[in-house]
Design a binder for this molecule. Structure first.
Ligand code: PEP
Length: 229
């Protein structure tokens, strides 16, 4: 079983969600599909076997943190997964590895599986620092214990249409595998589409895909799901 996790980012309406769930409910797959939706779409259960995830969680339990959403609130909405440390949060909201670790830890405490994102910038790649950057981010971002997923997402591949070579992905995900204290599912994310999903999922150590832009519409998401079934 592989994970196929959609990240809708700041997109989607209730009818978009309903229409995607209806399509997915009619799609047979042996893989695990998760939709990470904006907070406004987390309400309501579905009975089509699709897990719902969030895209962020507060590192605090509760209190005076205007605009934030706690892990307990997510649990109460039936949220099973949460993305933490996505590069857009690290970049636009100054999230450090320490904060990411706190978020992952609090999610686990409330029964939610965090999807911890790590990945190098283009400059770090071009200067030969990919592996050292990933290892440091990982070691500083992962919680001490509990179940979690790691997503290797090179920053330069997110939303750009660029993807690393097969060799680059193997080297990076193997480094993630070797750095983790215990085996955990490792995803690849960054410009996944129906043309590259099948090849990427066959790469050793890749347990699934984190899909951004292509997860928004069933025309682009379904072919990915089908291509790796
Ligand atoms: C992402 O946002 O995690 C992502 C991988 O985006 P995209 O697939 O659009 O590159």
């Amino acid at each position: 079983m592989k994970f196929i996790i959609g990240n809708w980012k700041m997109n989607g309406t209730p009818s978009d969600k309903e229409s995607m769930l209806t399509t997915l409910a009619n799609t047979k797959t042996k893989n695990k599909i998760v939709l990470c939706l904006p907070f406004t779409l987390l309400n309501g259960n579905n009975n089509c076997g699709i897990a719902i995830g969030a895209q962020d969680v507060s590192n605090h339990e509760n209190g005076a943190f205007t605009g934030d959403i706690s892990a307990k609130m997510l649990t109460e909405m039936g949220t099973k997964y949460v993305i933490v440390g996505h590069s857009e949060r690290r970049l636009y909201h100054n999230e450090t590895n320490e904060i990411v670790r706190e978020k992952a830890t609090i999610a686990i405490k409330h029964g939610i599986t965090p999807i911890i994102c790590v990945g190098e910038t283009l400059e770090e790649k071009n200067t030969g620092h990919t592996i050292s950057v990933i290892k440091k981010m990982l070691l500083e971002s992962i919680p001490e214990s509990g179940e979690y997923i790691v997503a290797y997402e090179p920053r330069w591949a997110i939303g750009t249409g660029l993807t690393p070579s097969t060799n680059e992905i193997v080297t990076a995900v193997k480094a993630v595998f070797d750095t983790l204290p215990n085996p955990r599912p490792i995803l690849y994310g960054g410009s996944v589409n129906a043309n590259n999903a099948h090849d990427i999922i066959l790469i050793p150590y890749v347990d699934g895909l984190l899909v951004g832009g292509a997860s928004l519409k069933s025309d682009t998401f379904l072919p990915i799901i089908k291509s790796i079934d």
